[in-house]
Design a binder for this molecule. Structure first.
Ligand code: AMP
Ligand code: MG
Length: 310
């Protein structure tokens, strides 16, 4: 993708003034603010109507820029080398000298850190003197945005500027891994657990539904298109759309497909766009057919399960 430097400069100028801008990333679009600025971080929570106890992921250009804020460890360095920039977020301990706003972390001593791969946001991060706090660009509890027009639909004029970056290539949020002690997955996402396992060569536990909620990607109601969703549906009700993993022979207007032939990566990329489309097409609820619970299918099922608690 060609980088438009005038656009990067516009975003940079707003961020320098502690304003928020929407940014493209390879996972989903984000609402970004200066992570060192309390007022910028407050604006992010307000815009998203996000509970203040749900901390923000901090986005860095590279390791060099992170070193002042966090303690790094061996597992982190292995994963950084292999997967960054990319769709993985690390939970690390903050240094006493960290400059990250306490608003962004809800005063936690830990920090969620990511290095996004999208060339547009990388170009922006490179020019900034601070990292950016950026949660997904959607109203809290709703489905995330994967294009600039999704962001416009959710925020309208409330957001000062949307940095254009085309459609997000991954289409779901990053995988979150806590690396402070034994590796622990806190959110399934755009990087499969099995490829992380291959690099770490040690057991990784999956704690995506604990009673003590540490990552609200773990909240029960989340990722909702704003209408009810029924999983593993056997029949379709009146005014209901049917969502299937692959194209079926039957072609009715209320049938929607996540992929042509059942490819789970393609299905993940399409998930949020199709959920938004069904809502726009005015269906009153969504019946979902069975989705294989392996690889990225686990991420899709996780999101649909939480969205079904609507
Ligand atoms: P979003 O920005 O909407 O993708 O959500 C960010 C996710 O990262 C949320 O589920 C947060 O709870 C989680 N998160 C942010 N900071 C931390 C932290 N220090 N420890 C655990 N989870 C975190
Ligand atoms: Mg989110």
């Amino acid at each position: 993708m060609k980088i438009n430097l005038a656009n990067i400069k516009k975003a940079k100028n707003l961020l320098n003034k502690s304003e928020c801008v929407a940014i493209p990333t390879e996972t989903v679009y984000g609402i970004a603010g200066n992570a060192y600025s309390d007022s910028a971080c407050k604006k992010i929570f307000k815009l998203k109507k996000r509970p203040t106890n749900n901390p923000l992921i901090i986005h860095y250009y590279n390791l060099k820029k992170l070193k002042g804020d966090c303690d790094l460890n061996g597992d982190f360095l292995k994963l950084y080398k292999r997967f960054c920039p990319g769709p993985i977020t690390f939970i690390l301990n903050q240094k006493k000298t960290s400059k990250i706003s306490k608003i962004a972390t809800n005063k936690k001593s830990t920090l969620a850190v990511r290095f996004p791969k999208h060339p547009v946001v990388r170009s922006l991060l490179k020019y900034l003197r601070f990292p950016i706090a950026a949660p997904s660009a959607n109203i809290s509890s709703r489905v995330s945005a994967v294009t600039s027009s999704d962001v416009k639909d959710d925020f309208g004029k409330k957001i000062k500027y949307i940095l254009e970056g085309g459609r997000s290539s991954v289409g779901v949020e990053s995988t979150i891994i806590d690396l402070r002690k034994k590796p622990k997955i806190l959110r399934l996402g755009g990087l499969e657990v099995k490829v992380i396992q291959k690099i770490l060569k040690k057991k990784i536990s999956i704690k995506i539904n604990p009673s003590n909620i540490s990552a609200p990607g773990q909240l029960r109601i989340h990722y909702s298109p704003g209408i009810p969703i029924r999983l593993n549906a056997k029949e379709i009700k009146k005014d209901e759309a049917l969502l299937l993993i692959k194209k079926s022979k039957i072609n009715k207007p209320n049938y929607y497909f996540l992929s042509k032939k059942g490819n789970l990566k393609e299905a993940t990329k399409n998930l949020y766009t199709i959920l938004r489309k069904i809502k726009k097409d005015n269906y009153k609820s969504i019946a979902v057919g069975k989705i294989p619970n392996k690889g990225f299918g686990k991420t899709i099922n996780d999101r649909l399960m939480r969205a079904s608690k609507f």
